[in-house]
Design a binder for this molecule. Structure first.
Ligand code: GLN
Length: 493
């Protein structure tokens, strides 16, 4: 039997090979490091990885091999190398949010999502590059320079989880964790031709995720296929006593949602809604063509396709860019040079130290968000901006509630309005914010969404998005599995 090269192996197949004794955890870790070198993951090329420690990963792999020898079995991810976005706390490797203000910070605790991956045998091999504090859509806002897209290194990988997306797309790891506040997993997944999941708000513990906008933030997995994304979601989902916003309803078996189109019509009886607002006149014709092809495919899998409307969609970006900076300005107040990271001297006394630390520690986009957030929360403007944005957020959530109440099982949309753009091409912050136009509504509504590759245009990956009702991740995965199988190789051509 011929064996795929490591860079093409899924997490499920690596775990199966390791469980069968055909590969050791050490070999998997070594293969990941070799692929990182091969793909040029370092600062001079892809610049996807900020921190890694080969000897630590080998130690973890050796420990795992020993415990597997005793127990006779490993976990669901036994020996699978994984990468973690730099805003998710890990033991032994720095957690800096790609910011100067957290330079050198190593967390004394670990994020629950990481603990859960490790509990199933996964081995953390790297922390990945990102937009500073997850603010951005291109990974150009990193204090360590931009990550490049493995499909074309002149292009951005998307963001803010661009390092995680590039590491998965380049075959360095089969699974990586990213974080979502307004699209930071799905948008880079779309730009890099892989799968990315934004879970329902509360589905995955936020413990150990450095807070950006707490009412929106969720950790989500990136993977090369739907099955690995479902596997990662099964592992990281569930209630956590350390996060009071985590939900305690049961985690459904996501991997059971695969129904082979060869033997059945996997979407029979399901209704897929296509919201008009996500297909504006101005939509890139290549992206529209790919989406139409996917809609046709879902129809032939037995789904009923229905035109629907989510009326308040155009308000989502303005609402998001009031609420997210407001929450960020409060969350980021803790970075003041007193307890962790950078401490700059300069000004007079304590206030001077705060000022010097924050102005030297934060990059321009983070500074812009803190200023914007402070402004919309200020006494004179609170009602005009923050309170109004909260009210409009409820309307946006209401759009989803009513469409799902009317018998629609899932929605299908493009993930992004464009394919990956050139590094340095988008300099106007507002233009950058508009690249979140199709991803932000799901965050505001708290519903789950997945991006998967649905083909290429001008050689570049196009992502299709499936959005489901709150905690209906199983439905979302059922549609994603079916569409992925129906498109087959076409998803990457
Ligand atoms: N691009 C959006 C922003 O800049 C979303 C980021 C995210 O999801 N973390 O805020």
């Amino acid at each position: 039997m011929s064996v795929l090269p490591f860079k093409e192996m899924t997490a499920a197949s690596i775990a199966a090979r390791i469980a069968a004794g055909d590969m050791s955890p050490i070999e998997a870790v070594e293969a990941s490091h070799a692929q990182a070198k091969e793909a040029g993951a370092g600062a001079d090329q892809l610049n996807a990885i900020l921190w890694s420690d080969e000897s630590l990963a080998r130690r973890d792999a050796t420990k795992l091999a020993e415990s597997m020898a005793v127990a006779g079995r490993g976990g669901l991810l036994a020996g699978v190398p994984v990468a973690i976005k730099d805003n998710i706390a890990t033991l032994g490797l720095p957690t800096t949010c790609a910011s100067r203000i957290l330079a050198g910070y190593v967390s004394p605790f670990e994020a629950t999502a990481v603990t859960r991956l490790r509990h199933e045998g996964a081995i953390v091999v790297a922390k990945t590059n990102m937009d500073e504090f997850a603010m951005g859509s291109s990974t150009e806002n990193s204090a360590h320079g931009p990550t490049r897209n493995p499909h074309d290194i002149r292009l951005v990988p998307g963001g803010s989880s661009g390092g995680s997306a590039a590491a998965v797309a380049a075959g360095i790891v089969p699974i990586a964790l990213g974080s979502e506040t307004g699209g930071s997993v799905r948008q880079p997944a779309a730009f890099c031709g892989i799968v990315g999941v934004k879970p329902s708000y509360g589905r995955v513990s936020r413990y150990g995720l450095v807070a950006f906008a707490s009412s929106l933030d969720q950790i989500g997995p990136l993977a090369r296929n739907v099955d690995d994304a479902a596997l990662a979601m099964e592992v990281i989902s569930g209630v956590d006593p350390k996060d009071s916003t985590s939900a305690d309803n049961e985690v459904q078996p996501y991997r059971d949602q695969f129904i082979s189109p060869a033997t059945a019509a996997p979407l029979a009886g399901m209704t897929i809604g296509v919201p008009a607002e996500y297909f504006p006149e101005s939509l890139d014709t290549g992206i529209r063509r790919r989406c139409e092809r996917s809609i046709e495919a879902m129809r032939s899998l037995g789904a009923t396709v229905k035109d629907v409307s989510l009326r308040h969609t155009s308000l989502a970006v303005p609402v998001y860019y009031i609420l997210a900076p407001a929450e960020a300005s409060s969350n980021l107040a803790r970075f003041d040079g007193v307890r962790y990271g950078l401490r700059a001297s300069g000004g007079d006394g304590l206030r001077g130290m705060y000022g010097a630390t924050r102005s030297q520690g934060f990059g321009p986009e983070v500074t812009r968000r803190v200023l914007l957030g402070t402004y919309v929360l200020s006494a004179g403007y609170y009602d005009a901006y923050y309170r109004k944005a909260q009210a409009v957020r409820a309307l946006i959530a209401g759009d989803f509630i009513s469409v799902f109440a009317k018998g629609v099982d899932a929605l299908f949309t493009p993930t992004t309005p464009t394919t990956a753009f050139a590094i340095g091409a988008v300099t106007d912050p507002y233009e950058m914010y508009l690249s979140d136009i199709f991803t932000v509504p799901a965050n505001l509504a708290g519903v789950p969404a997945i991006s998967l590759p649905i083909g290429r245009e001008r050689g570049l990956p196009v992502g299709g998005q499936i959005i489901a009702n709150r905690f209906a991740e199983a439905t979302m995965f059922r549609v994603a599995y079916a569409l992925e199988a129906a498109l087959g190789g076409e998803a990457h051509q």
